[in-house]
Design a binder for this molecule. Structure first.
Ligand code: GRF
Length: 216
């Protein structure tokens, strides 16, 4: 585990079920979660980290007068862990342009939709309202554009007539918990990269919808 790609810091704001999946997978995997940072002191994800003896830091956005100051404090907290990868897992703050530039190609996010469709919040209800038959989850590199960075991998689910926002959330989480550790493993092996607004796997340009999960 000397390769710096293998040290991961997870940023979250809430429940942290994706953190749990990442930690569970890491024991048999090729990366380790070195630290967990939350902008909310009461995030349940912090408890999950502590139960696994992973160090935690709270950078409470309410303590900072501007986004720049918050981002600076966040950078400091991240750098103390010296990670090769920053993984956003339900982190509900928008990161400033300077922050994103500083860690370019080293920040991943998971988003509950088939990007580029349905960026933003409340995706389950929005796909239902639009009468979609397909929904899904995307892992992408973070760029300055919110939920707009190039997609690395996606997994889709069928929407059944019986589904509501809650059942979709459950189905989506199940997919997330498999997809995110798989993509973090690829990164840990140095197989993923970002160039401008394009994502590459083994130096091959990925399609706009990313790699098929079955091929990972
Ligand atoms: C996930 O659905 C993820 O796609 C979105 O936020 C949610 C986080 O869930 N970005 P959890 O905190 O990991 O359970």
């Amino acid at each position: 585990m000397h390769n710096s790609h293998r040290s991961v810091v997870v940023l979250l704001s809430g429940n942290g079920s994706n953190l749990q999946a990442l930690m569970d997978f890491s024991s048999a995997g090729n990366y380790r979660v070195s630290g967990v940072i939350s902008n909310r002191p009461d995030a349940y994800g912090l408890q999950r980290a502590k139960q696994s003896n992973i160090p935690t830091t709270v950078v409470d956005h309410k303590q900072y007068a501007s986004r720049d100051l918050f981002d600076q404090a966040l950078c400091q907290a991240i750098n103390e862990y010296g990670p090769g990868l920053i993984v956003l897992a339900g982190f509900m703050r928008i990161l400033g342009a300077d922050f994103v530039k500083r860690y370019q190609g080293k920040i991943l996010n998971i988003h509950p939709s088939l990007l580029p469709n349905y960026p933003g919040t409340n995706t389950h209800q929005r796909v239902l309202d639009a009468g979609e038959k397909l929904h899904g989850v995307s892992v992408h590199f973070v760029t300055e554009e919110l939920d707009g960075g190039p997609v690395i991998a996606q997994e889709s689910i069928a929407i059944e007539p019986i589904d509501d926002a809650q059942t979709l959330a459950v189905k989506i989480h199940e997919k997330e918990h498999v997809l995110y550790p798989a993509v973090v493993s690829l990164f840990a092996d140095g197989r993923l990269s970002l160039d401008g607004n394009s994502a590459f796997l083994d130096e091959q340009l990925l399609p706009v919808t990313g790699q098929r999960i079955d091929d990972l």
